[in-house]
Design a protein around this ligand. Sequence first.
Ligand SMILES: NC(=O)c1ccc[n+]([C@@H]2O[C@H](COP(=O)([O-])OP(=O)(O)OC[C@H]3O[C@@H](n4cnc5c(N)ncnc54)[C@H](O)[C@@H]3O)[C@@H](O)[C@H]2O)c1
Ligand SMILES: [Fe+2]
Length: 403
Amino acid sequence: MIWAITKVCYRTYHVVMKYAIRLLPFPVPRLLTGPGSVRLLAEEIRQRGHQRVLLVTDRVLMQLGLADGFLESLQRQGVAYVVFDDPQPNPTIENVERGRERYQRERCDGIVAFGGGSPIDCAKVIAARVGNPYRSVRGMKGLFKVWLPIPRLYCVPTTAGTGSETTVAAVITDSISHEKFAINDLRLVPKVAVLDPELMVGLPPHITAATGMDALTHAVEAYIGTMGTGFTDRNAERAVQLIFANLEDAYHNGDNLEARDNMAMASFCAGSAFTRAYVGYVHALAHSLGGLYGTPHGLANAIILPYVLEFCRRGAEVKLAQLARVGGLATGTESNEALFWRFVDKVKELNRTMQIPTCIKELQQQDIPLIARRALKEAHPEYPVPTIMTLQECGELLVRLLP
Ligand SMILES: NC(=O)c1ccc[n+]([C@@H]2O[C@H](COP(=O)([O-])OP(=O)(O)OC[C@H]3O[C@@H](n4cnc5c(N)ncnc54)[C@H](O)[C@@H]3O)[C@@H](O)[C@H]2O)c1
Ligand SMILES: [Fe+2]
């Protein structure tokens, strides 16, 4: 009885949010796209009057020299820069605080995020802290807590991916409690985003696979959730089409520029969808696992996605069948149920082809209650999931993910 009332409360919340979110003025970043487009960013930055920007990236990318061309173009434009390459995969509160100190000490006046979702999210929260010095990183957790304006943010994703270049979200890890949490605010959407496939040709196959499956999960969760709109559905459909047509190519032939370009656009579209229509249990579980074990975000999503889809079948069958049709998986007039399973099989096949395992290798039986509690705390009531899960069902699902 109490559970039935709780479910009604969650659903009421989803309906209210569905209409409230339509009224929000979601900013859309100005897009620079295509091979070599990162070279245009320096001019944009100069035109907007910046004197010295903080480049937030990571050590691997600095060692690879991926940002060298861009830094030279900044120099040519007469814009000074300071490199901050501390952010680790699953960036932490400490990463953010050190970045904020650096920004203030060096008197920067803008931030360029250059890398995968980790440096991008770190850059977003550095900007939020600079603009809101009296709010802690934890204090901004949740919805709309970045109250004051933040420095201008430019974003160059080098994975495809998180879609963070267009989302209101930034995901940060508390390295003391080993918890991952999201900060969501319209102010966190970058002013300019660069989708340059040339920066992605060196992305190793396993990261191409995991990040591509992250983008697929964004599209799927936004589409089957109950908060979708025509706009988010169209973006999710486009993302799925592009991912089905290009992810395996990008995985097998990393230097295929067309596949990389299409994956960058797919990631952007999926980001545009989920930033308005939210994600679901796959992300809630992936965040819980990422916080506790450091499991890479995309990898966790890829592994969990088929299990959550199976769980959600009753609530998600019609929409997922539609996504299967749009994604080119239908051959005739199959039933929704048949197409639902075909989509799930397609996800499993993609995982198999790209050597993604079917279990979480770090997962330990004794951690399951904690992981389940944290995941459902994140998901309820916020995520507009097609089928609502109990704590026991969440634990049972996690048992299936044990190595
Ligand atoms: N803000 C959002 O909307 C959002 C959405 C989904 C995920 N996330 C977050 O993003 C983070 C994950 O980001 P990610 O999956 O992009 O991975 P990542 O940024 O952690 O990068 C993974 C690894 O790939 C390397 N790498 C990145 N680009 C490369 C390139 N072009 N060539 C070679 N190596 C490269 C990095 O150096 C790193 O070692 C997680 O913290 C996740 O929670 C945020
Ligand atoms: Fe994600």
